[in-house]
Write a protein that binds this ligand. Sequence first.
Ligand SMILES: N[C@@H](CCC(=O)N[C@@H](CS)C(=O)NCC(=O)O)C(=O)O
Length: 210
Amino acid sequence: MAEAIILHDYFRSSAAWRVRIVLALKGVDYVHARVNLLEGAHRESAYRALNPQGIVPTLEIDGLALTQSLAIIDYLDARFPEPPMVPKDPAARARVLAKALVIAADVHPINNLRVLRYVQDELGADAPARDAWIAHWIAEGFAALETMAQADGTRFLSGDAPGIADACLIPQLFNARRFHVPVDEYPTLLAIEAAAMAIEAFAATHPDRV
Ligand SMILES: N[C@@H](CCC(=O)N[C@@H](CS)C(=O)NCC(=O)O)C(=O)O
């Protein structure tokens, strides 16, 4: 019997939500292993044995412990090709990956829990300064993405069907609202979000439902 696929995640982790979306879009069954970030479970040695960075998500699959959400999505796309998360055409593929990376490489990493704790505890930022930091980097990334999405004019950020860039965008919009960052000035991103949230794979994996 095949080993169960195990997703180590935390309900509010946007990087983990990316993987939940892709697993759901591909109809892959899995079980959750909850890692409570607020209790520091991700820093315990048992978890670090799976993920040396001590962050979520980690996906146990095929005898592997995969880390980094985009690498996990890439593996899932190779292992379960339908529906594809990135276009085949090289130019479209580069464009979609660029949009995913605006979020995954340039916005999310500087706003995650350990960075915010460092900004507060080591650099002495108070709560308003921390919130200004969060809002600044989200706004910069969303403004660029809005321009890119308008130029592309596709229904989703990844093309005519949802894919890797949408799996990055939708959780980041959730993060923005959580930190009271205004999102009204990004109408194209909001239209994409509405289209995505009408799809069960996005709605059923929302932090409020897992
Ligand atoms: N680049 C990583 C980011 C993962 C990440 O930052 N995860 C956050 C939750 S969204 C985390 O585990 N944070 C724990 C911490 O910062 O202490 C990925 O895409 O998987």
